[in-house]
Structure formats: C-alpha cells, structure tokens
Design a protein around this ligand. Sequence first.
Ligand SMILES: [Zn+2]
Length: 204
Amino acid sequence: MSTKRRRFLHTASLATAGVLLPHRALARKNRVPYSESQQHNRELFATMYRDHAPLYDFRNIVIHHTAAEYATLAGIDRYHRNHFGDPLGAEYHFVINNGKKRPLGLVEPARFRHQQLAAHLFHPERAPDALAICLIGNFEKRPVPTQMVDALVELTRSLMGHFSIPVDRVQTHREVDGRLTQCPGKHFDADSFRARLTDRFLPT
Ligand SMILES: [Zn+2]
C-alpha cells in the first residue's frame, strides 16, 4: 500500500470517529437539504416491506424521543446491546434524525430490519405488538423541527396503511405509560400529529 493511500485511510478513519472535525464542521457536514432526506425516505418506504419480509403482525405504534440531542442509531444500538444484553441492539424499530449528527428528517430502520418486538415500554400490555419510532433530540427542552414531524407523519402513515393500524392505536410513550415518563417531551403535540395522520389532502 502506498504511503499516500495509507495516510488517506488513517485520516478517513479519524474523521469517521469524529476526531478531526470540530463541532462546527460536523454541523456543516450534516447540513444536507431536507429534500435529500425525503428522497431517501421515499425509497426506504417503497422497499422496506419487501426487503424485510416476512413481516411481524404489528398492531400499535408508539412515539419516543432519545432526550439526547447528539444521539445516533449506531450509538443507541451499542448502548442498548450493552445495557439490555440484546444482540439485536436498538429497542426502536425506526429512528428519525434531527440534523445534529445525521441529516435532518432522515428515517433509519433499526429493529424493523429484524421484524421482532422491542423493549420500549414499562407497560407493553397497554400497547401490544407495538412498533417503536424514536425522534432523536430532547423535545422536553425544544420544539420538534417541522421536517422531523413531516418525516414522522409520512413514516407513520406508511406503517398504518401497511399494517392496517387505525389512528387510535398511534400513541406517544407518555400516553401509554402515564406518569412514568415525559417521553417524547412536552413540545411534541400528539393531537395535531394524529390529525395529520387522517388528513386525506396531505401534500406530497
Ligand atoms: Zn420513550
């Protein structure tokens, strides 16, 4: 291997580890236009049911947040694997990124790829066979970016259609578990979110 190539690989791996990039550069690097996230999301929704078949018969959808602004799916995966000892990692079926580490509004499939239930509720019997969608960020502290809500509406509508889940089975973590949690934070407006799930005239 040439010295030049070796140096490039070393630099690339340090950059991936976040070592060489100061915070501002990281933010700039991830300022991907939302239209690119939307394009990625549309392709995901068009292929994910076929790619991960056979599908589990999901009956509910529950919305969470990470409460951590700089979380990534890779980090959640690692943390849940170590913390819960579950080899499948992240205890969410999808995450939606907030533009801090990964592009704003980008949907990433997590446990959905394995078609298995996740441990994301204190009272799973109150929302059996639930899909868990996690918004990255702390929405107890700040409003949810419009693009994240848009991406969440599109993902949830897709899942509702595919698994025949009615809107009254789409809830926030707090609605399921009550006083045990604030998740997904006081800035997440569950009623206006649900109103958009049944809106026939959603712009595409
Ligand atoms: Zn939660």
